[in-house]
Design a protein around this ligand. Structure first.
Ligand SMILES: [Zn+2]
Length: 408
């Protein structure tokens, strides 16, 4: 263990004895009271010293016996300390790829905010490299979303679509203008490759490549068709439901952006549940949806570029949070935002009794409740105060990275 105070959190002294780590309500916490010697000792926690050397420095600074260990224990328990050499073999392999790590440095720093255990942030970043995600739909939303996931370090991002790139598919970060006329799927793959921080590694005999397992951890359904966004086709998700594959919906319909639901088969509502729930609310829904589906004409639907970009980014963030082992707000909920006010609002989607998808999964190898957010007990850090209890709930590690992995 080579402790380093997490650089993501700015430090400030609230008074002579009390230090505040972090600025924002989501992550800030205070530590104190602290004597001047201990205060000076904090500067030594920069990842260059191991525990024996830190204890020696503590003695030299006349800190009371045991103070170094007690302080480190408290800081660690509060999630303020990272381990400059921790994270396991995959993290070690990533440390050797300085070019990749430099690209992902801000992402790593960000991960440290939501990862309590020392070395955990790099371990999660390294874990992303062997995860597999498939994006279905390579329009303005899908192609950008896939590129963003690739850029964030997800190792295997596949994209599926048909047809050729049309001029209106082009979007910054997604399909480029010079791909117009190319096969849409191939152009999206090229965009994903360009965004990847470690492109050469895919073709090289790099460390760990032999053990890679690109099984799908998540499928993202980002249809170019507006009816498909508004009313996800339950039939299209059937193979995913049958295999227990988590899937996330995202897209733009008219002037509304949609992120969610993230469907955890057997636990949260699925596309068919959504259909039943809407039919309950609006008796005309089945009639309307039948007309919309049958009237699909070749036309260019509304898709505001900024809205598509926001949806792609937010959906990618939700996907990444899930892949990192968290429970994003789209789990069992559909988030919508409409032009021009752009207020985000969510509607929960629970398993519908008429669908039976929750029952169908019972008795399979999936253990219900495995993914529910396990709220950590408040940390009994004597001198640490956290302004936000919400943050604990949101950042609580529900499961190790990729444990919802399923193959389709
Ligand atoms: Zn269902």
């Amino acid at each position: 263990m080579h402790p380093v105070l997490k650089p993501a959190l700015r430090r400030g002294w609230r008074d002579r004895d009390t230090v505040q780590f972090g600025m924002t309500a989501a992550h800030a916490q205070t530590l104190g009271p602290m004597d001047p010697a201990t205060r000076g000792f904090l500067d030594l926690l920069n990842g260059t010293r191991g525990l024996p050397l830190l204890r020696e420095e503590g003695r030299r600074m006349h800190l009371p016996a045991g103070r170094v260990d007690t302080l480190l224990e408290r800081l660690t328990r509060a999630g303020l300390v990272d381990d400059a050499r921790g994270g396991g073999p995959a993290a070690d392999a990533l440390r050797e790829r300085d070019d990749v790590l430099q690209r992902l440095r801000p992402d790593l720093t960000s991960l440290s905010l939501t990862t309590a255990e020392p070395g955990g942030a790099l371990a999660r970043l390294a874990a992303r490299r062997v995860l597999g995600v498939r994006v279905e739909g390579a329009g303005r939303v899908g192609a950008l979303l896939a590129s963003v996931l690739s850029g964030a370090g997800v190792g295997e991002v596949d994209v599926r679509d048909t047809g050729r790139v049309e001029p209106w598919d082009v979007a910054p970060g997604g399909l480029p203008a010079d791909s117009i006329g190319d096969r849409r799927e191939a152009a999206a793959h090229a965009a994903v490759r360009r965004a990847a921080p470690d492109r050469p590694r895919r073709h090289a005999h790099s460390p760990g490549s032999a053990t890679r397992n690109p099984g799908l951890s998540l499928v993202i359904l980002a249809p170019r068709d507006d009816v498909g966004v508004h009313a996800p086709d339950p039939g299209a998700a059937e193979p995913l439901m049958a295999c227990g594959t988590p899937h996330l919906y995202a897209g733009v319909v008219e002037g509304t952006g949609v992120v969610g639901p993230l469907v955890l088969p057997g636990e949260t509502g699925c596309a068919r549940c959504l259909h039943f729930e809407r039919s309950d609310r609006d008796p005309a829904w089945p009639r309307l949806i039948a007309q919309w589906r049958s009237a699909r004409a070749r036309r260019i639907g509304a898709c505001d570029l900024t809205l598509a970009t926001a949806v792609a980014g937010l959906a990618a963030a939700h996907a990444l949070a899930f892949l990192d082992g968290r429970s994003p707000a789209s789990t069992g909920a559909r988030w919508e935002v409409s032009l021009p006010g752009l207020h985000w609002s969510a509607r929960p989607l629970r398993p519908h009794p008429a669908c039976g998808c929750a029952d169908a999964q019972k008795g399979t190898e999936k253990t219900r409740g495995e993914h529910s957010s396990t709220e950590r007990k408040p940390r009994a850090t004597m001198a640490v105060q956290r302004p936000s209890t919400k943050r604990r709930r949101e950042a609580g590690a529900a499961r190790p990275t990729g444990t919802w992995r399923a193959h389709v």
